[in-house]
Ligand binder design. Structure first.
Ligand SMILES: *[C@@H]1O[C@H](CO)[C@@H](O)[C@H](O)[C@H]1NC(C)=O
Ligand SMILES: *[C@@H]1O[C@H](CO)[C@@H](O)[C@H](O)[C@H]1NC(C)=O
Ligand SMILES: *[C@@H]1O[C@H](CO)[C@@H](O)[C@H](O)[C@H]1NC(C)=O
Ligand SMILES: *[C@@H]1O[C@H](CO)[C@@H](O)[C@H](O)[C@H]1NC(C)=O
Ligand SMILES: *[C@@H]1O[C@H](CO)[C@@H](O)[C@H](O)[C@H]1NC(C)=O
Ligand SMILES: *[C@@H]1O[C@H](CO)[C@@H](O)[C@H](O)[C@H]1NC(C)=O
Ligand SMILES: *[C@@H]1O[C@H](CO)[C@@H](O)[C@H](O)[C@H]1NC(C)=O
Ligand SMILES: *[C@@H]1O[C@H](CO)[C@@H](O)[C@H](O)[C@H]1NC(C)=O
Ligand SMILES: *[C@@H]1O[C@H](CO)[C@@H](O)[C@H](O)[C@H]1NC(C)=O
Length: 582
């Protein structure tokens, strides 16, 4: 049995109680922001940190209704905004970024494949062109200089699909794409036609409508645009294009999925639908970037990411919809998510706290019967990227950067494994303390793995005997606030601008002997060796400037901010600068 000891999640034992509210002024791009927050103090009263967890040896002994449906190893994948594809994938199918292939392979090796969605807000206006200057596979429409707020559309050639196909061949990627839905009187089906022809089986789904619950604020749809209108428009698309790969409704919280289901969405289109989907971010950081909404102080909001409650609160609203999907035999997908819309928070989104948050959130979604979830990536001007390519004109000087949540996706791939039989249960041991979550994973009906957080757990096996020993892999960092030095079983990918996607260091899987007589295994956490960063610091060296094509990044902007056009040049310039200053 393999045990995953998942870091110092809820025991942020800080020596200093003083919390500095002053934020480092950073001039670098958000993706390289080095703000380190104060790790929040230990919750008071401190949780019980040594307890016994009783694990049924067979899934048949898990109480009725507790076990998830089978979860694929590919559960956690990535969602990539179309406007940053050149940066991340390479200019064309002759030049594919090798670090990307390494990063994807790491996950595909553990999960069997890696699921990637390309799309986002930028998919709606995208269109096909036969060729592009300089043999690029993807580019951007020239901005209209008479109308500086106009969002330039993403344009692509058939070579985009050769790029994707090559990434599938080298790194096991399977793809979700989105059909543009900005004008349902004139559909543009090229992305589907070329996608199906060139990607074949590696194309696994076609999103129809990205966050249609925001369409009413967006030109082209009236203020009265309703779930029934969306359902009707999907009907128009289905009438015009035969496919069984459609995915919807991808609502993001303004409408509930049930509001769309109630219009007959599933029954009407069941033959065309391959999955049902939602998108959601727990909160937003739009104020510093777009001056919209309420400002959330990262230091103050940080603790809200650091307990099991965070994951439970995000998943609970979807349990009913997941059950409806399951009854309809459709996988239920979180098509786009991350720590906060409008690019995430400095100090949070790229911290080890986010690693643990995203992992707990992923496991909780699986426990809630989601079948997949995709963490969103934008460009250089967002904080939450699981990985970031160097700006094109600096790729000679710098290598890639991995974000803290890359490790969440990696570990989730190992937690679920390749058998597609993994079933997960949130054990809710230790009197359901939200500071000491524990998950058990059953494979082919037998207890296979356990995910624990920071405490000494004594595991005992019911309906079977404890093995003579268990293996433990630790996911560790210096504190929940740090960004660097994240290790998984003692290996790391490295720090910012220096990674090539390969693990460094010697893998160390710890073997713990069990007491077979007492039927227990005691899993210690190495908390005593952990030190905590207490000062904010910023790295002003190697300050990068924003390349124009990098500005074209949208990042899951929420609510009525959509119409501002997250790919608008002017907005993103200020966003890139001001996001880092806060
Ligand atoms: C997940 O689905 C299974 C099978 O239908 C069910 O027993 C279980 O209660 C569901 N889990 C949740 C959290 O709703
Ligand atoms: C990719 O770009 C290079 C350099 O511009 C060019 O030589 C090559 O033919 C291009 N490959 C494709 C498949 O277009
Ligand atoms: C839809 O997008 C296309 C391609 O970007 C654009 O030419 C067209 O004007 C848009 N239509 C509407 C109604 O917004
Ligand atoms: C990569 O793409 C090119 C098209 O540019 C194609 O000829 C080649 O076969 C592809 N390689 C793989 C491994 O798919
Ligand atoms: C939305 O539905 C209403 C009621 O059927 C209809 O009157 C209206 O024209 C529809 N609007 C759109 C944009 O389809
Ligand atoms: C378990 O939690 C409940 C509710 O938080 C509390 O009332 C109860 O005292 C706890 N029991 C133990 C044994 O800690
Ligand atoms: C990473 O860990 C090493 C060894 O523990 C330490 O020397 C180094 O300062 C740490 N780096 C950062 C950025 O915390
Ligand atoms: C962890 O990795 C470091 C760096 O490669 C290595 O020096 C050390 O021996 C490893 N620790 C264990 C216990 O394997
Ligand atoms: C990269 O491009 C930007 C924008 O064109 C420019 O300002 C900057 O100097 C370039 N950096 C390097 C290292 O060439």
């Amino acid at each position: 049995m393999l045990i995953f000891a998942l870091g110092s999640l809820w025991l942020c034992n800080v020596a200093t109680a003083a919390v500095t509210r002053r934020f480092a002024r950073a001039t670098q791009l958000a993706a390289y922001n080095n703000l380190v927050l104060q790790p929040p103090p230990v919750f008071n009263p401190a949780p019980v940190t040594a307890f016994t967890l009783t694990l049924p040896s067979a899934s048949t002994n898990v109480p009725q209704g507790k076990l998830s449906i089978p979860v694929p190893g590919t559960f956690y994948g990535f969602s990539i905004e179309m406007s940053v594809l050149t940066q991340l994938f390479g200019k064309n199918s002759s030049f594919i970024q090798v670090p990307l292939l390494n990063l994807l392979s790491n996950i595909a090796q553990r999960a069997g494949a890696i699921h990637i969605r390309i799309g986002g807000n930028t998919q709606e206006l995208a269109y096909y062109v036969p060729t592009l200057p300089n043999d690029h596979a993807i580019s951007k429409e020239k901005a209209d200089s008479n109308n500086p707020t106009q969002t330039p559309a993403v344009i692509y050639t058939t070579d985009l699909f050769h790029v994707m196909s090559n990434i599938s061949a080298f790194a096991g990627a399977k793809w979700y794409i989105g059909v543009p839905f900005n004008d349902t009187t004139k559909f543009r089906f090229e992305i589907v036609e070329y996608g199906e022809a060139i990607l074949g089986d590696n194309l696994i789904g076609i999103q129809v409508g990205n966050e249609p619950d925001f369409y009413a604020n967006h030109k082209g749809r009236p203020k009265t645009y309703s779930p029934a209108n969306y359902t009707d428009e999907v009907g128009l698309l289905i009438a015009a294009m035969a496919t069984n790969l459609l995915i919807g409704p991808s609502v993001s919280g303004t409408w509930t999925p049930e509001m769309v289901f109630d219009t007959g969405f599933i029954e009407k289109y069941t033959d065309s639908l391959s999955a049902l989907s939602v998108e959601h971010y727990p909160t937003d950081n739009c104020k510093p970037v777009y001056n919209i909404g309420t400002y959330h102080d990262p230091q103050e909001i940080f603790p809200s990411y650091l307990s099991h409650t965070a994951a439970q609160k995000l998943v609970a609203p979807y349990l009913n919809a997941a059950s409806i999907a399951h009854t309809a035999n459709k996988p239920f997908l979180m098509f786009e998510t991350n720590s906060a819309s409008c690019g995430g928070f400095p100090g949070i989104s790229n911290s080890f706290g986010a690693t643990l948050w995203a992992l707990d959130y992923g496991l909780q979604m699986a426990y809630g019967n989601f079948s997949g979830a995709m963490l969103h990536l934008g460009g250089q001007n967002v904080y939450y990227n699981p990985f970031t390519a160097p700006p094109t004109n600096q790729s000679k000087f710098f290598e890639w950067t991995v974000g803290a949540t890359y490790y969440s996706v990696l570990v989730a791939a190992e937690v679920f494994g390749k058998t597609n039989t993994a079933q997960i249960v949130d054990m809710l041991g230790n009197n359901a303390s939200v500071y000491t979550p524990q998950y058990a994973i059953y494979e082919n009906g037998a207890l296979a793995r356990v995910g624990l957080s920071d405490y000494t757990a004594t595991l005992t096996v019911s309906g079977g005997t404890a093995p003579s020993s268990v293996q433990v892999k630790y996911l560790l960092s210096d504190s929940v606030a740090t960004k660097d030095n994240i290790t998984w079983a003692n290996q790391t990918l490295g720090t910012q601008r220096e990674i090539d996607g390969r693990f460094r260091g010697t893998e160390n899987i710890v073997t713990i002997s069990c007491d077979t007589g007492a039927n227990t295994c005691q899993i210690p956490l190495e908390i005593s060796t952990v030190t905590f960063a207490t000062t904010a610091r910023t790295n002003l060296a190697g300050t990068a400037t924003v390349a124009p094509d990098v500005l074209a990044t949208s990042n899951g902007i929420s609510g009525n901010t959509w119409q501002l056009g997250s790919t608008s040049n002017g907005k993103q310039t200020s966003g890139a600068k001001r996001g880092g200053e806060r």
